[in-house]
Design a protein around this ligand. Structure first.
Ligand code: PGA
Length: 252
């Protein structure tokens, strides 16, 4: 399976720094047989696109979207607006949006559907908090979040969804989830995907891991069966480090 590797800058890098990051990343040696994307703040999309020109590596990604095409939704950005920048990937349901901005499972589902209709690959994030994990609720949380997000999605749409397992306690904490533990959750996600979309999609769907991934631990994830890529936050802010992660994940 082709690896899916996505940088998530979060709320870092306005247009000036975004352009510099893209130029520095493009100077690095990058694997060709992996899908590499960079999710930038909305205000930096234009600068990132200008620095990228027609280049498709990395693919340009957004960090969030609204599900309507247009309307009275102050502060929001629609899938068609993202299309104008050539955005081909968009994160939805990141835990920071679920837990800080109170996004619901239903909103995440609507966003994923709207993106797919616009031909933009939704990267759907799911994951349990530390408290939920300690109470043994991991599977229930994953199931609720995932089913709400994928039930109305087309399994064989032109922009097949990527699922990101991101345990909230591992994000930005420097305490990554052990690859073997992530694998168990990935297997469970595959089961749910198979039940919802059909058995064919069990193996066709890319399920990636996110949470304190860096250049030192990337290898362990990539040698774990069932982990098809990574979502990298903090360690992606340095273009050379993210490039190193990409090269380690998909050696030429
Ligand atoms: P992190 O963030 O790599 O800094 O833990 C991951 C994420 O954005 O979910």
């Amino acid at each position: 399976m082709r690896k899916f590797l996505i940088a998530n800058w979060k709320m870092y890098y306005g247009p000036v720094k975004a352009g510099a990051w893209i130029r520095a990343f493009r100077r690095e040696r990058l694997p060709k047989d992996a899908d590499i994307a960079v999710a930038v703040p909305h205000v930096s999309l234009a600068a990132a696109r200008a620095s990228l020109g027609r280049a498709t590596i990395p693919a340009l990604a957004a960090q969030d979207v609204h599900w309507e095409k247009e309307g009275a939704f102050t502060g929001e950005v629609s899938p068609t607006m993202l299309q104008e920048f050539g955005v081909s990937v968009c994160i939805v349901g990141h835990s920071e949006r679920r837990h800080i901005m109170n996004e619901t499972d239903e909103m995440v589902g609507k966003k994923a559907v709207a993106l797919q209709k616009a031909g933009i690959i939704p990267v759907i994030c799911v994951g349990e908090t530390d408290a939920q994990r300690k109470k043994g609720q991991t599977k229930k949380v994953i199931k609720d979040q995932l089913i709400a997000a994928i039930t109305d999605l087309a399994a064989d749409g032109k922009a097949p969804a990527v699922i990101a397992y991101e345990p909230v306690w591992a994000i930005g904490s420097g305490k990554p989830c052990r690859p073997q533990d992530a694998r168990e959750v990935h297997d469970y996600i595959r089961e749910l995907v198979s039940k919802t979309w059909g058995p064919r999609y069990r193996d066709e769907t890319r399920i990636i891991y996110g949470g304190s991934v860096n250049e030192r631990n990337i290898g362990e994830y990539m040698t774990t069966t069932g982990i098809d890529g990574v979502l990298v936050g903090g360690a992606s802010l340095d273009p050379r480090i993210f490039a190193l992660i990409c090269r380690t994940a998909a050696p030429a």
